[in-house]
Write a protein that binds this ligand. Structure first.
Ligand SMILES: *Cc1c(COP(=O)(O)O)cnc(C)c1O
Length: 292
């Protein structure tokens, strides 16, 4: 995947020798957990977060130590550090910005975590194209950091199955040694090379999406004020908004009846930013729901 890793590295202005390509970042998560954790060893995860970390950890019979997020769904780095040390964890893995909460942890806080733990930090930056707190440019400064990126989100290539791990040369060598030899097929490599060569267009699409997100966010903020205590929206660093609603289930059903699928997660709803017209439709449905 040399040409592909170069295209990815050029896009993010990093050294291609630090990049390993995978069959989606899912493959890389699975590979990293399999390669670096023995049965029974501990990996620290946070909750709520991307569900696949626990899934792959359980397949490896690694032990998950779950740190609950704060009331406002932020991550307490102090608590994460304490837990890693107390549990002698070998790994800590989380998404930043977070899927599903849409919240981000500032780079300084992530750096503090990496420096303070005696564990491999797997930092899943699947949504970092929508925020500006990436550590991609500094992986070589750490002996315990792997950053994951994916072409499934901001660059819109979920179906080609392509993800990347970025780490220092030593960890990169280890990852390349344990991955299966032809894990990314030729078609995906070619598609990825083409995709990442369109830097201007991709960055432009990203900017458009962020401005559409602001419209959706401001619209929902208005509804939050107009209908007190009916919903709470979290600040967003991603391409979706995350809402807490007593009537999440009812709202989800209401949307679905009108042909709009959003994500229902217990007391929460996740609404992905669409085109400006789709966002207006989502706002209209939410308003109708509260007005019923
Ligand atoms: C979507 C997503 C992934 C999976 O990406 P693939 O490259 O499609 O496997 C990984 N992590 C997070 C946080 C995601 O939201």
């Amino acid at each position: 995947c040399t040409q592909l890793c170069k295209a990815f590295a050029d896009y993010y202005s990093i050294d291609h020798k630090l990049v390993t390509a995978g069959n989606g970042s899912d493959e890389l998560i699975s590979l990293i957990i399999t390669a670096f954790l023995m049965k029974g060893e501990k990996v620290v995860t946070v909750k709520p977060d991307f569900s696949m970390y626990q899934f792959y950890a359980s397949l490896s019979e690694a032990q998950c130590v779950v740190v609950e997020k704060e009331e406002d769904l932020s991550i307490s780095v102090d608590q994460l550090i304490t837990t890693c040390i107390k549990e002698s964890a070998k790994m800590v893995i989380f998404s930043n910005p977070c899927n599903p909460t849409s919240l981000g942890l500032h780079a300084d806080e992530v750096r503090r975590l990496i420096r303070c733990v005696n564990a491999l930090v797997v930092l899943d930056e699947a949504y970092m194209d929508f925020w500006d707190q990436s550590l991609l440019g500094e992986v070589e400064q750490y002996d315990n950091l792997i950053i994951l990126r994916t072409s499934s989100k901001a660059v819109g290539g979920a179906a080609i199955r392509l993800g990347f791990a970025v780490s220092n040369p030593m960890i990169t060598k280890a990852l390349r040694a344990v991955k299966s030899p032809y894990n990314v097929n030729t078609f995906t490599q070619q598609a990825g090379i083409r995709l990442f060569s369109h830097k201007e267009e991709l960055q432009d699409a990203c900017r458009q999406l962020i401005s559409a997100r602001e419209e959706l966010y401001q619209g929902i903020l208005k509804l939050e004020k107009q209908f007190p205590n009916r919903l709470h929206m979290y600040p967003t660093c991603t391409n979706f908004v995350f809402l807490k609603m007593e009537q999440a289930r009812e709202a989800f059903d209401f949307f679905l009846e009108q042909g709009v699928a959003i994500r229902f997660m217990g007391l929460y709803l996740r609404i992905t930013v669409g085109s400006p017209a789709e966002n207006r439709e989502a706002l209209r449905l939410l308003r109708d729901f509260f007005n019923r």
